[in-house]
Structure formats: structure tokens, C-alpha cells
Design a protein around this ligand. Sequence first.
Ligand SMILES: NC(=O)c1ccc[n+]([C@@H]2O[C@H](COP(=O)([O-])OP(=O)(O)OC[C@H]3O[C@@H](n4cnc5c(N)ncnc54)[C@H](O)[C@@H]3O)[C@@H](O)[C@H]2O)c1
Length: 312
Amino acid sequence: MEAIRKVAIVGAGLVGRGWAIVFARAGHDVVIYDGSAEIRATVIDRVGASLEDMREAGLVDAVEPIMRRVSVVDTLEAAVAGADYVQESVLERSDVKRAVCLEIDRVMRPDAVVGSSSSGIPASAFTQECANRARFLVVHPVNPPHLIPLVELVPAPWTDAEVVPWLRAQMEQAGQAAIVVRKEVDGFVLNRLQGALLNEAWALLEEGVASAADIDLTVSHGLGYRWSFMGPFETIDLNAPGGIADYARRLGPLYHSIALARRDPAPWSEALIAKAEAERREKLSASHLGERSTWRDRNLMALAAHKRRTGT
Ligand SMILES: NC(=O)c1ccc[n+]([C@@H]2O[C@H](COP(=O)([O-])OP(=O)(O)OC[C@H]3O[C@@H](n4cnc5c(N)ncnc54)[C@H](O)[C@@H]3O)[C@@H](O)[C@H]2O)c1
């Protein structure tokens, strides 16, 4: 299979426009389509503003040569027909993804590859009826994809075997870090790990063990320090003098008893959600969410620049 040159972005919300930056930064031509006329009218400015911030953070040398490779079209066909690779990033609903994938399927080159940004719905749930279904898989990014490099490649049982190694290499060339999820499980790897932490955070809040702010601080000033450059297995390998097996023997019983105490999880209740919402809105009003997202992105840029310098 040949290297990607032309990419179609279908759905240009939060994630789709981050993907546009990833591929244009890698030197590919990027054609964007979104079902919303308002998004189509504003996406170029939004991509340009993110790239300007990235330039200030030292993550790209110049904005204009990257922007020259990005365009917007008014129909899905105009974006997809000539593309080597299509990144679908529409709503996280299998009926919506199914309809969009069928539309892509009708106009795509039969040898093109289609990655879905699906956060947790496997490709087999929405690509079954596509004539080119062997070219579809999930390519799940982390938001925002241009600042957090991980992508999960999750093939359906019918995805061509050659697609995953090819796409892994293409993603790495574009500056992303790809993992392969070998079985279709809901939530894949990333959201299953995030879900374990979130479920425990909600339970601790509900039981009054700590405030939402203090639970957040435990990650932002504790666990998260390590997590920006090492994962849970490497973490525990370094947290006991004899490495991972030593750690597992020392602390395994504690973690087992914690797991036993959480064997009957309840859904996040409306009362609990209201409690978290009240605490969060006291700290950050809803009208400041956008501003705080920009603050998050600037911190991610500084972190990315630091990781680039240190090779982590
Ligand atoms: N936001 C995240 O943290 C995150 C992270 C990773 C993956 N994802 C996944 O990425 C996908 C997109 O999420 P998002 O956060 O960007 O949502 P979003 O609501 O910001 O964007 C979705 C975009 O899709 C467009 N759209 C909807 N239906 C369409 C159609 N039929 N044809 C063309 N465009 C259409 C909408 O106009 C909108 O601009 C979802 O599958 C989501 O689960 C999201």
C-alpha cells in the first residue's frame, strides 16, 4: 500500500479539526467536510488559530504552509472521492456512524482506508453493510488529537490484515503514537482505563471520602506527574525495590480487596451528577468552559514541547 497523500475529514467538530491539523502538519493535503454549514464556514479560522498557538509554543515553524494544504468542501463526495485516507469524526451514535459510513462507502476509492474516531463503539457495529467494509476500522484519538498523540487502531473482524500495520506506520510518520487493540471491546483500551478511574472517582465523591477538587488534585499533582511519560505497569515496576513482581506481591492483596468492594457498581445517579456539577460550577462557571479549554490546550502545548526536548 502506498503512503497517504490526500486525506478527507468527515465531521469537523472538536476532534475532526484536530485531525485536520495532524494530517496537514504531516504534509498531506486535507479536504474537510462537515454536515453543518456553520462549521464549514468557521473551521478554517479555528484550525488557523490553533496552529498559531502551536507556532507560539514552538510546535510548528510556520502556519501558512500548513494552512495552504487545508480546504473545505460543501459535499461529502467532494471530500472523499479522491482521498487515500478518510477520517470520520461525526457524532458518537451507531445509527449516525452507520449512515455516514454507507455514504462514504458509496463514493470512496475501493482501495482507500476509512478510520472512525469512535470513542467506544466498535467498527463491526456500524460498517457491516458497507461494500468496502474490509477497508474500515476504528482509529480512536485522544482529544485534542493534534496535541495528544495516542491513537487506538481497532480493526473489525473483516478489516483487511494489511491495513493495520500500514496505518500504524502512517500514523507514526504523522507524529502520532499508535497502539493496536486486538479484540473489539467496548471502550477499547483508553476509555476502559479512563472508565476505571472515573468510576472510582464518582464512587469516592458519592461516599464523601473527598471533594471533587481534592480528587482532581490527586491526579493533577500526583498520579498525572508520572502518567505523562510512563504507564501503570512501568510505574509499579519502579515502585518496589524488586520491580513489578515485588510490587504485586506487596500490594496485590490491597488492590484485590478494593476490587472486591466495587463488585456491584451503580450508574452515576442524577443526584451525584448534580453534586459534582455544583462543585465544578462554583470553581468554573459554564461561561468560562471555553476559556479553560484554551488554557488546557496551551498547557498541553508546553508539555508537548517539553517532551520533545527531553525525548519522552
Ligand atoms: N471529544 C472527545 O473527547 C473525543 C475524543 C476522542 C474521540 N471522540 C469521537 O470523535 C467523534 C466526534 O466527536 P466530537 O467531540 O468532535 O463531536 P462534535 O460534536 O464536536 O463534532 C461532531 C461534528 O460532526 C458533524 N456531523 C454530524 N453528523 C454529520 C454527518 N452526517 N455528516 C457530516 N458531519 C456530521 C457535526 O456537525 C459536528 O461538527 C465521536 O465519535 C467521538 O466519540 C471524541
